[in-house]
Design a protein around this ligand. Structure first.
Ligand code: WT7
Length: 665
């Protein structure tokens, strides 16, 4: 049975009360919950005023009259980049380190707040010269180098909108994202370092733009700005491609940050849903930055003068937006940024970085923790991790066993662990313990943060009576909430607000199942839709199925997320081939070709762990594929109830094939 199954969660009963020492100095206090409970909107308004600089103060906190389309701080004006940069320099903290960057090959760079501010000003001037202004969309496709953060902030400074695309996505994924957002400019690099090698990025941009041209789409991209990082050879399109360093060298280091409305769009971030087409999640400025800064400060207990914070996420994901770029910099924190993989060139690389920079707060994903567990505690034990005082987890449920290991081995048996639940759509952390305040329960994300209201609803749409399970919903609007799906307001309403809203009240359905215990603590049970989480990365089974079906030899495909000891879930595909199309190919050749197809269409992150060629798929009489049964097969379980199957012999055939191939009999 997998450790993160509901059974092991329900057996878990250890409690870890906060230590008095920690509570004595923690930023957060129980009074936050009281203030927020007494006046939720007033609490957010005070927080927004306290944590941010407003060029024009707001008088209105929330306009929900056009629900589910929200306006937060709607008559206020601010500049997001000014809040992350200039004001810290003006306050006398220009010499504080903003970023300790560590490249994978061992090179490093340190940027103070003053230096980072100047770089962003130069980049903003360079972008202006290239025609970028308020509302324009800029695609960013970069490795995890300081320029990724600089590019995001320069775009934000101009009131333009960034769309960061994770460097692991394929040219085809990049092209559809560039097209959907009608990006005017792309910022990329020649390549970046990963696993000891340079992986090319610029060629993928060339290919993506080539695909758009070939499809007859009107080209919106006039410029490709290229950061030199990998030193790999790249092709050059004169008149379109420019080197980042040339443009920045020409640019003025002074730039005045203009004020933009609190609801000015800040970024679009594409994420997988239950259909084949990724959704462009839209976030705006004032509310987003308020909640990103508030949660970063209180959930991680950040003391900017002394802490060194490290979030291991890539800026291609929402965690990298809210807890690498915006939250930490809005709070004037010092952080570590690391380009490469955890085990390059040796398995202790992360622990060596923590020792080197005296990292005090670490925020990472359960998958990483489980992979370190597998290698053994000797590796981290060889480094001095005594600087660590808060540990965070995000992206998927953390099983109690991994939680305890994280605390014992990485946290010297004493650091608080905050398991933070949130989504690309929520923009910032929604459910988490607060260190120094909450008594911790391994495996539970615990309680909504002050100012956030969630519920667990039963089949009838009413809150369940604890202890019990149901659908996790967010019952009141929150400042960092998504403002829509780019270009598709109907899909926004249908996807998130249709299921549980009533004519009186708009309720956001998160897509997760959860259990609420007798203390009111929340235990996440995974997605209830066709979204899966592989190493914390969000994938759509439907999107992978369309990638497979687009291959000429495939007639039908069904994809499920199967439990995986390290990655949480893994992609397992069942494929029916077209008659006669794959003749003369061995099964291995066929499955390799299909895995390659998924890598090309989506990216290596979506590559199936296993592909089974089958003669039939289990279907109901109405023709719906019964994924539950496929999951049973993929996880090596006895097949469940097959009585509604049109042909129940299909399952035994699939099951035999699976056991023969994976040797799990
Ligand atoms: C989905 C959102 C949150 C930023 C990174 C992922 C799952 C996220 C947890 C957690 C259990 C979690 C949910 C959610 N998830 N955090 N602490 N415990 N599950 O953002 O890619 O938008 O994915 O990740 O299923 O719906 P995302």
């Amino acid at each position: 049975m997998p450790e993160n199954s509901i059974d092991s969660l329900l057996r878990e009963s250890r409690l870890f009360p906060p230590s008095n020492d920690f509570a004595a100095t923690s930023v957060a206090s129980p009074e936050l919950y009281e203030r927020a409970a007494a006046d939720r909107l007033g609490f957010w308004a005070e927080t927004a005023r306290e944590l941010l600089h407003w060029h024009k103060p707001f008088t209105e906190t929330l306009d929900w009259s056009n629900a589910p389309f929200a306006r937060w701080f709607g008559d206020g004006e601010l500049n997001v980049a000014y809040n992350c940069l200039d004001r810290h320099v003006e306050a006398g903290n220009g010499d504080r380190v903003a970023i300790h960057w560590e490249g994978e090959p061992g090179d490093s760079r340190t940027l103070t707040y003053a230096e980072l501010t100047t770089e962003v000003k130069r980049a903003a001037n360079a972008l202006t010269a290239l025609g970028i202004g308020q509302g324009d969309r800029v695609a960013i496709y970069l490795p995890l180098i300081p320029e990724a953060v600089i590019a995001m902030l320069a775009v934000a400074r101009l009131g333009a909108v960034h769309s960061v695309v994770f460097g692991g996505f394929s040219a085809e994924s990049l092209s559809s994202r560039i097209h959907d957002a009608s990006a005017k400019l792309v910022i990329t690099a020649d390549g970046g370092w990963r696993r000891g090698k340079v992986f090319p990025l610029k060629p993928a941009v060339d290919a993506a733009l080539g695909m758009l041209a070939a499809s007859g789409a009107e080209s919106t991209v006039s410029t490709v700005l290229v950061v030199k990082r990998g030193e790999n050879d790249v092709e050059w399109t004169e008149g379109r491609d420019l080197w980042w360093h040339d443009e920045l060298a020409k640019a003025d280091p002074e730039h005045e940050a203009k004020a933009f409305n609190a609801e000015n769009p800040l970024f679009i971030l594409y994420t997988s849903g239950t259909t084949g087409k990724p959704k462009g999640i839209l976030h705006t400025s004032g509310g987003y930055l308020t909640q990103a800064a508030f949660t970063h400060q209180n959930v991680f207990d950040v003391h900017p003068e002394t802490d060194v914070y490290w979030c291991t996420a890539d800026v291609g994901w929402v965690t990298g937006h809210s807890y690498v770029t915006y939250g930490p910099l809005a709070n004037g924190a010092t952080q570590v940024l690391y380009e490469g993989t955890p085990d390059t060139p040796h398995p202790g690389r992360w622990w060596e970085i923590i020792q080197k920079y005296k990292v005090s707060i670490l925020y990472t994903a359960p998958t990483a923790i489980r992979s370190f567990m597998k290698v053994g505690r000797e590796v981290p034990d060889a480094f001095d991790l005594s600087s660590l005082r808060v540990l965070g987890s995000v992206g998927e449920p953390i099983n109690p066993e991994a939680w305890i290991w994280y605390r014992d081995v990485i946290g010297a048996g004493s650091t608080p662990i905050v398991d933070t639940w949130w989504q690309t759509e929520t923009g910032a952390i929604m459910i988490s313990a607060l260190p120094g305040i909450t008594t911790l329960k391994p495996g539970s994300a615990q309680v909504p943060i002050p100012g956030v209201k969630v519920d667990v609803l039963g089949e009838d749409g009413a809150p369940v009576t604890p202890p019990s399970g149901g659908a996790l919903v967010i019952s009141e609007p929150w400042p960092a909430m998504l403002r829509g799906i780019w270009g598709d307001p109907d899909r926004y309403v249908a996807t998130y607000w249709a299921k549980y809203s009533t004519p009186q009240k708009s309720i956001y359905f998160a897509g997760d199942g959860a259990r609420i215990d007798e203390d009111g603590d929340i235990w996440l049970l995974g997605r209830v839709d066709d979204v899966i989480k592989v190493s914390g990365h969000r994938l759509s089974t439907t999107e992978i199925e369309s990638a497979l079906v687009s291959h000429p030899i495939v007639a039908e495909a069904a994809v499920v997320g199967a439990d995986d000891k390290t990655t949480g879930q893994a992609v397992v595909a069942f494929v029916i081939l077209r008659a006669g199309k794959a003749e003369g190919q061995s099964t291995e050749e066929t499955t390799t070709a299909l895995a390659k197809q998924v890598t090309e269409k989506i990216g290596a992150i979506a590559r199936p762990r296993q592909i089974f060629i089958v003669a039939e798929l289990p279907k109901t009489r109405s023709g719906k594929i019964m994924r539950r049964l496929l999951r049973d097969v993929a996880e090596g379980r006895e097949i469940g109830d097959t009585t509604t199957l049109a042909d129940s012999s299909v399952m035994s055939l699939i099951s035999e094939k699976f056991h023969a191939a994976s040797g799990t009999e």
